[in-house]
Design a protein around this ligand. Structure first.
Ligand code: UD1
Ligand code: CA
Length: 463
């Protein structure tokens, strides 16, 4: 079995400079979903027909082991697109799946079932089908090709495009989902026999069905499991609806694995994210990229996590942002914390409100609970980073790193000027500017003398 994905169209209704199939659904291009579904349909030999902004599409999918064919006239129509890929199947004595690049909801399971259907008809009825067309009943079939069948059977006589349909044909609610399996030799024959539409001048792939049945070849319909699978993405509103459906599918999948999701309609989980049981997700959470969240972790409202690993039983409180980082077991993050650029937060550590951690390692049980900046630092375990402590890691030209030994106490509002090293059990008094290394167990105080002038305060306040 081979597959052809049609992705050469102009996507006019999107009104975009970007090719339609590259528009993203939950962080992945629409075409990625079609490709993934085809692969899940157990087809490995796949080609994509590109045309409009072909280079862009090919460069994004260059590592996917695909063949590309270029349709010279992206207004030629869906049959013209298949003709562009004829070398892919012209000497192939087997079946070819053809799927629209704007149909991201057709599942791998449905693709497998269509193949199975061809096999069953052959085994039980002794008929070698020339084609199977995926169809669905839609309450509002507007815009889709209508499927005209022989009375009381699954045999398709023809597919009529909306633009060419009569009033009676428009009333038909069974539509073409834009996913087909054809026997390659019959497909090739049909493609060279069809004529351009009188209405649009395009060569319609759907017209191969009429040719086949008139020739006495048999084409049957196969009903999609869920009618939503048939949805084609023609407009940005379709994109929004499909994104919503895919999102709910992903959330449902994780709830079945033991994840609690509160207000799922507000939660965004991308397809490569992985979660473990007893993870609990509050509203407005966004989980992106290859994020992994382990057992028992709670993610508070409005938090955003990208390409990070969150170990077991972590509490991520409201509105925290974590990117490219690792959080160890039992740590408490946020509310309103930001952790980024390969940071690692140790077991049971606490990173609290308005604390930013950049490219730093924070040891086990170390706490930075309020208003700090920790950049390019290694902090060992059991350290207390007071409110408002700043690691000054940038001198205007270069970044420098800091090292803080275990059990160090850094008083509030201290400034540590990197490169710097604080030994184990060092004590930095609040408000100190520290620009020299502090040996272990030492106290460091740097504070301008405090002057107290009696009654001067009141005088200044008097008008
Ligand atoms: C198509 C079907 C219609 C079906 C619907 C399902 C035809 C003639 N009609 O209509 O029966 O109900 O899909 O969604 O096939 N493409 C090319 N080259 C072209 C034109 C299109 O590669 O010259 C690609 C597009 O990029 C797109 C796919 O083919 O991914 C479908 O094309 P589109 O124009 O969206 O077809 P529909 O009008 O939706
Ligand atoms: Ca379409």
């Amino acid at each position: 079995m081979r597959a052809i994905i049609l992705a050469a169209g102009l996507g006019t209704r999107f009104k975009s400079d970007k090719p339609k199939v590259l528009h993203e659904i939950l962080g992945k291009p629409m075409l990625w979903y079609v490709l993934t579904n085809v692969k899940n349909g157990r087809i490995e030999d796949i080609c994509v027909v590109v045309g409009h902004k072909a280079e862009e599409v090919m460069s994004i999918f260059k590592d996917e082991n695909l063949k590309f064919f270029i349709q010279k006239n992206p207004k030629g129509g869906t049959a013209d697109a298949v003709i562009a890929a004829k070398d892919f199947f012209a000497s192939y004595d087997g079946y070819v799946l053809i799927i629209n690049g704007d149909s991201p909801l057709v599942s791998g399971e449905t693709i497998r079932n269509m193949q199975q259907f061809i096999h069953m008809v052959q085994v039980y009825e002794g008929i070698k089908l020339s084609g199977v067309v995926l169809t669905a009943y839609l309450p509002d079939p507007t815009g889709y090709g209508r499927v005209i069948k022989e009375e009381g059977s699954d045999r398709i006589l023809k597919i009529v495009e909306e633009k060419d349909a009569s009033i009676e044909e428009k009333a038909i609610k069974e539509i073409n989902a834009g996913t087909y399996i054809f026997y390659a030799p019959h497909l090739l024959e049909a493609l060279y026999s069809i004529k351009p539409s009188e209405v649009t001048g395009e060569l319609y792939l759907t017209d191969v069905v009429k040719y086949m049945t008139e020739k006495g070849y048999e084409v049957r319909s196969f009903m999609a499991k869920e009618p939503s699978e048939a949805m084609g993405v023609n407009t940005r509103w379709d994109l929004a609806l499909v994104e919503n459906l895919i999102k709910l599918k992903i959330v449902k999948f994780w709830t079945e694995k033991g994840v609690t999701v509160h207000f799922p309609e507000t939660v965004w989980i991308e397809p490569d994210v992985s979660l473990e049981k007893d993870v609990e997700i509050f509203p407005d959470v966004i989980l992106k990229g290859k994020t992994k969240v382990k057992k028992g972790t709670i993610i508070g409202k409005g938090s955003v996590i990208k390409d990070s690993v969150i170990e077991e039983n972590v509490q991520i409180r409201e509105y925290s942002i974590i990117e490219n980082s690792k959080i160890e077991k039992g740590a408490i993050i946020g509310p309103f914390a930001r952790i980024r650029n390969k940071s690692e937060i140790g077991e049971l550590a606490e990173i609290g409100n308005f604390v930013e951690v950049k490219k730093s390692k924070v040891g086990r049980n170390t706490k930075a609970k309020h208003l700090s900046y920790i950049g390019d630092a290694t902090i060992e375990e059991d350290v207390n980073v007071g409110a408002g402590v700043v690691f000054a890691n940038y001198d205007g030209k270069n970044k420098h790193s800091s090292y803080v030994g275990k059990n160090v106490f850094i008083g509030s509002n201290s400034l540590l000027i990197a490169p710097i090293k604080l030994g184990d059990f060092a004590y930095i008094a609040g408000g100190s500017v520290v620009n020299k290394d502090i040996p272990e167990e030492s106290l460091a105080v740097s504070r301008p003398e405090l002057k107290i002038i009696p009654r001067k305060g009141k005088k200044l306040l008097d008008k």
